[in-house]
Design a protein around this ligand. Sequence first.
Ligand SMILES: Nc1nc2c(ncn2[C@@H]2O[C@H](COP(=O)(O)OP(=O)(O)OP(=O)(O)O)[C@@H](O)[C@H]2O)c(=O)[nH]1
Length: 378
Amino acid sequence: MPLDFLTLMAVMATNLFMISAALPLIMGRGVSRAARHVQASLLLQAVAWAAIIASSSLWDQALSTLSIACNAAAQWMLYRALEEWLGPRPLPRLLLVLVIAAPLGYTLGFGHYAWRVGWANFLMAAILCIVARATLAPVVESSLRWRSLLLGCLLTSAAFTLARGMLGAFTDQYPSFRTPHPVNLAAAMATNVSLVLGTVALLVAWRAEAEQKLRTLAMTDGLTGLLNQRSFAQQGASLLAHAARHQLPVTALMLDVDHFKQINDTRGHEAGDRALQLFARLLGDTCRSGDLIGRLGGEEFGVLLLHNSAPAGMAFDRRLRRRLHAASVAELGFALDYSAGLATPAPGETDLAALMARADRALYEAKTAGRGRLVAAS
Ligand SMILES: Nc1nc2c(ncn2[C@@H]2O[C@H](COP(=O)(O)OP(=O)(O)OP(=O)(O)O)[C@@H](O)[C@H]2O)c(=O)[nH]1
């Protein structure tokens, strides 16, 4: 079956334009930054392929330079999407330099065919390798499946781009972009397939991002960003089981802001919300990593301090109280105070509900004893 190179390219450019038009419709408004980067990347690729096809009939230098600039920029946008999904990625500066240098060197050396083809393809291959590298070693948890698929697509494209560069720079078998050389035809086929598979990988990545957002939303309290009651109970039970297994000390605290209704009534609901946010932030600042904090009700918070026995829990309370008094006056314009109850599990105890109920009873004692204090369960 004869394969016409330009037809393959035209099909790919058409597909890319269709996908670029369809994606915003499928994804809808208000999508994440990563999704917007992906949309931009696909559109830039579509323009790049359309420009290279058009360059064979008019404005050769301008359109082929535009094509390389768009292709490089498309990879930059894809890299930015990967940064959003996977955390900081390696070699961002080098990538940016290559993205700028690829079209610049190409157009400056346009008069010399071997130079411009070698330059543009070698730099594009390097760009593709850096983006492929960016799919590895995520800083945040991410599925290996879509990343492997994207990695495969990018490495395949990089290999063919490199092969084109070698042919153009060091042989006379690649006299033009449309040459029906077997490597060129295979590259066009592979790019078409990579486009489809790469788009699938990116859609799966986008879905994974949406799922993660939903999971976070279901686990956290919208106002303070702390764990909500349900996830505090789930994660608290695991923490308690872990502590019991390894015989680690744990201290549980129940904390409740004092006279909170009065704050709402006299200063307004918004001031009350800001007070809760400040309290939550200071709780986070006073805890160490591995501790658990949750908003268990309106102005009631639960804390599980790992590696801490009762005296350390009391020291935690003193630190928090000091910080709260200073920060509430400075940031809210009035002093905020709270009552707290403290309880520690018996050796081997893993019943979180019973432990928190003891801390809650101690909290009630703190309230009835005049508020603004900590009471330890006996
Ligand atoms: N601003 C604001 N208020 C809330 C929120 N959730 C609950 N509340 C209010 O918190 C108040 C809690 O009042 P109470 O349970 O009487 O507690 P309190 O006034 O702090 O009294 P003590 O705990 O006995 O010191 C109620 O008025 C609730 O409407 C919230 O998310 N934001």
